[in-house]
Design a protein around this ligand. Sequence first.
Ligand code: GLC
Length: 791
Amino acid sequence: METSLSIHPELYKQQVVSEFTDIGSVVAIVEEAGDVLLECENGWVRLALYTERIVRITMDPSGPPVAAGESLFVQQAKQPLALAARRSGDELLVEGGQLRLRATCSPLRIAVEEAATGETIVREGAHGMMFNAAGEVIGFKAMEPEDRYHGFGEKAGHLNKRGEKLTMWNTDVYAPHNQETDPLYVSIPYFMTKRGGRAHGIYVLNTFRMEFRMNGDTEYALYAEGGLLDYFVLAGPTPKDVVLQYAGLTGKAPLPPKWALGYHQSRYSYETEQEVRELVASFREKGIPLDAIYLDIHYMQGYRVFTFDGERFRKPAQLVRDLKEAGVRIVPIVDPGVKADPEYRVFQEGLARQAFCRYADGTMFYGEVWPGKSAFPDFTDEAVRQWWRDLHAFYAELGIEGIWNDMNEPAIFNESKTMDVEVMHNNDGRRTTHRELHNTYGLQMSRSTYEGMKLHLDGRRPFVLTRSGFAGIQRYAAVWTGDNRSFWEHLEMSVPMCLNLGLSGVPLCGADVGGFAHDSNGQLLVRWTQLGAMMPYFRNHSEMKSIRQEPWVFGAEAEALVKRYIRMRYVWLPLMYGLFAEANRTGMPVIRPLLLEFPDDPQAGLVQDQFLLGPNVLVAPVVRPDTFVRAVYLPAGRWVNYWTDEVLEGGRHVLVDAPLDTLPLFIRQGSVIVQGSERLNTAEPAGPLTVHVYAGVDGAMTYTLYDDDGATFAYESGSVYEQRLDIVCDGARVELATHIVQLGCLPSWTSVRVVLHHAGEQPEVTVDGKPAALERLNEGGAPALWAFALA
Ligand code: GLC
């Protein structure tokens, strides 16, 4: 807890404002292999056209920056595109692809603009690119009055980060998590600027401690403690385009195994085999679905990773097998700290292989974590990653398919909360300090975990959950938002946090449902489960000191409602899975802030307490105690209340009843959603699929049913099922045309039924030109609901 001492005037005096040197005026312009090199008074700048709509700008005070291409952080190769420079007087024009850079030469100030229209995308204002003798770099950009800033990875607080200073330095924060708690566990040095209906992105390729100072008035600054000022401008022009451009650069998430999308139950800790078996039995008895149970640190022998405590878990393989037969997976936690115990195999092996992080003089670095004094694998080294991959045979051979990577910032119980920044990393041959690579430690650990599990799972998809990460983490792991609390504020904050993570390339994310620390309660757990059911990743987790928060601990009413919404999750799984397939192909997030789907609607751009699951399902969770009504913004168009089928005119706020049993949900009229069946886990047969067509507006709509085996990588080579449904509504006429797009496998559902909403009292429905046999699902009086089977 801080006291007023923190704001002692002496502390301000101690802050040194660093002297930075401007890169200076352009003295020579060199065209080199399609790039433009600007020799400036105080250093060099390289301009490269990475794709038609992405330009890379790199400043190096020490010499011409090398032409950089793919790396761990840039998955896309530079396209063979050329820029051409033309100088007239003080003005420099550099053109290529769809973009133009317009610069003044003295001093160098660059603006990126649309070549076709001259519209400015992003520009330097009073300041440009600077550096200092300490190796720090900084770049400034003009802030336009209407600019709003989104992304930045995992950040507490609101959706729009204008006015905030955001630090990139992966940090273990147990408490507090509030708007000014920054940084947290994941750093993604990327954001999107939304200006009216247009957007562009900036991805800064720098792994040092960084600050995005968005708290200026007319300028914001991108600061890094070391390295080059090296960044991509993603020219949009829509928010979706920016998301796709960023995903193009940093890669897309593999499809998770279906079981990873079910309901997961965790606790720090389920301590014995008996306790785990009883827990699974309780879920079964109570009819509450369950796909995974997590084993927190107590499963191990004295917190030694790659071990099971022989007393508490006598037969882990048997346990995993029995649970799998009941459709439940076990996900054990694996932290990076390896107990410094000379009699422990993993420590011995790591020592023998020189796999642990050391200081420059060869001395081992040790830090205190759960097991006490521990050594830390140097995941920046391929040989170490290989060793770590191989170690995962231990879990795979027990039948385990999911691993939970925690404490991988790395978190260490000392004052700095992490490893000494002077510790050296091998970095695949380019040795450097932890200062430079700290932010990538979690990413590299999850990478070797994912690759290791993949290696040992005979073609099945691994699931990795991570606390820490960096740009590109989506390629290896799901992210959860760490140690939140059972506070309504944290329920509320989890929405903009996960939306910003989604905009930052991470589709599979979620918060601890019910809250990790502090005591939860029935109402909070109900509301949190309602939200969790529509979140990409859905896990209830709580800590040792808190009261328990399994679905049934808060009495019959809460249990019934928690159960209802966990069951509902399974109904939405086919739609969600289709969205994950889209995320895998394009990088579009599964849950989306309204601004992504309605960029031109100024009001939609402000909304952060609602989101869209895909393009057409609007979720408006209740995030306040004793609140049974809420205001919902419905963007332009018409929206159907999911629960009542009432049609509401959009382009306005509506007040919606939200008693404790209701999560407000709306479907865009003129769209299609799919739903599956309630199941006790994803291992149970999928049953029938229902396609809900929200008719009632004339025009065309389309939806593509997606499925694959949900378990292997066969989808990567075309073993997928895709059927497109094209629907045209014209008055009472509804024409549905079906097209098999891909038949690489059969879908998991047994039959498909179409339910027509708002198609009137006497619709004429054809399927592929033939009249459909309609069945009325409800009594007269209410708006008719019609159903028919799809062959
Ligand atoms: C960290 C994790 C938490 C976990 C605990 C014990 O605090 O964030 O989820 O339960 O460590 O492993």
